[in-house]
Write a protein that binds this ligand. Structure first.
Ligand SMILES: [Zn+2]
Length: 89
């Protein structure tokens, strides 16, 4: 646990928050960062979480570029990629 507190303190621009639950350890990332297409990471142990965190990379997806106001996802009706969220100006 201490190790994750330290990691979060050292990386305030990347880590939004982290927590532990019965499934393991979760780290939520700020907009602008991603891991394998997700904005969070989940591992069963602290050491795995520390190791996995090293693979976090910058993200420039629509959701990050708009601070979460818009995001792209598959439209279940059409099967095509579509923009969700706040309407564009
Ligand atoms: Zn992103």
């Amino acid at each position: 646990m201490k190790a994750l507190e330290k990691l979060a303190a050292k990386n305030p621009a990347i880590i939004r928050d982290w927590y532990r639950d019965p499934d393991g350890y979760w780290i939520n990332l700020h907009y602008g960062w991603q891991l394998w297409g997700c904005h969070s990471l989940h591992e069963l142990t602290v050491s795995q979480a520390l190791e996995t965190f090293k693979a976090v990379e910058p993200c420039d997806c629509l959701e990050c570029r708009t601070d979460g106001e818009q995001w792209e996802d598959i439209d279940l009706d059409t099967g095509k990629l579509r923009i969700f969220g706040k309407p564009q100006d």
